[in-house]
Design a protein around this ligand. Structure first.
Ligand code: SF4
Ligand code: SF4
Length: 297
């Protein structure tokens, strides 16, 4: 069996667990087993890489834009769709299928996935789905559930090779994706949203630019007064110049501070003093407004 042949995709199951998923699918743990096989000779080869919804995480975008050697802005413009939904709390990014009859993934080739070692998380996980329960006190840290996705056209389920869920995930090298997925949940499933609050459009844009559009985030970090206003470790600043993962980590910290008021950033004392002075001046002006010309006469 060739892992290179694997080319599936299914929606990102990081979304909060829906009741129907619990009802329709058996919950699996890491040691539970299933049968599956996928390889270039299989008759359904590549059929799953067309007309499919693949939700991309910020880390998926980071890996793909690096793989293609283009900027995040270019990647997002060329390869993604940003659907706007009524109840959307954070930006949603979908891989854009080609406008051909099959609606093929832009990366599929006759030999399989053309970006295989950097393929997105949902493509790695299929046929295993993941959902998390939010029934615990601290919400997003709830129990994890795996379940099996069975597309009718996927003949891999008829193969005899047996896997545990954990073996499958190890074989697909999902570790880094999982780690970044957990970090992203601290933002996307934040209590702020649980409390029913919504981000205004400018904050939504900030969220998008600080998670998905890393090249815009880099400009913000190095071309604004941000580093004059906040204390950031010097080595970390140097790393952010060229290391996208360091930059993404900074983006997450920045948003937790800027959107949710968490103490993830430290204001420089001189910047804090300047803000205090400015506020004091404003308060003084409000309590002692300057007399108008008529009053002064
Ligand atoms: S990224 Fe690769 S595995 Fe995923 S749908 Fe596209 S071609 Fe298939
Ligand atoms: S449909 Fe299933 S078996 Fe066929 S290529 Fe896709 S994942 Fe593999």
């Amino acid at each position: 069996m060739s892992e290179e042949g694997r080319s599936p995709a299914e929606g990102d199951q990081r979304e909060p667990l829906k009741e129907s998923i619990l009802e329709d699918h058996t919950r699996l743990g890491p040691k539970d087993t299933f049968s599956f096989g996928c390889y270039p000779g299989i008759s359904c080869f590549n059929t799953c890489c067309s007309d499919v919804n693949i939700f991309l995480s910020p880390y998926d975008v980071l890996r793909l834009k690096k793989r293609l050697g283009i900027s995040s802005t270019e990647f997002l413009e060329k390869y993604t769709l940003l659907p706007v939904q009524k109840d959307m709390t954070v930006p949603v990014v979908l891989l854009r299928m080609e406008e051909n009859e099959k609606k093929s993934c832009p990366f599929v080739t006759d030999e399989g996935c053309g970006v295989y070692t950097d393929r997105p998380w949902p493509c790695r996980m299929y046929p295993v789905g993941l959902a998390t329960s939010k029934d615990t006190e601290d919400g997003w840290r709830g129990e994890r559930f795996y379940f099996l996705l069975k597309e009718e056209s996927c003949l891999g389920h008829r193969e005899a090779r047996e896997w545990t869920v954990q073996e499958w995930m190890d074989s697909q090298e999902v570790d880094a994706f999982e780690e970044w997925g957990e970090a992203y949940k601290e933002l996307s499933l934040h209590k702020f949203f649980e409390d029913g609050l919504v981000l205004p459009p400018e904050k939504m844009e900030m969220f998008f630019n600080s998670t998905y559009d890393l090249d815009k985030l880099r400009s913000f970090v190095f071309k604004s007064s941000l580093l004059e206003r906040f204390e950031v470790d010097e080595d970390f600043v140097h790393r952010m110049e060229s290391d996208d993962e360091a930059l993404l980590r900074f983006g997450f910290l920045w948003l937790r501070f800027a959107l949710f008021g968490e103490p993830t950033m430290k204001v420089r004392p001189e910047a804090a003093e300047a803000v205090q002075e400015k506020m004091q001046k404003k308060r003084t002006q409000e309590t002692n407004p300057e007399p108008s010309q008529e009053e002064a006469q």
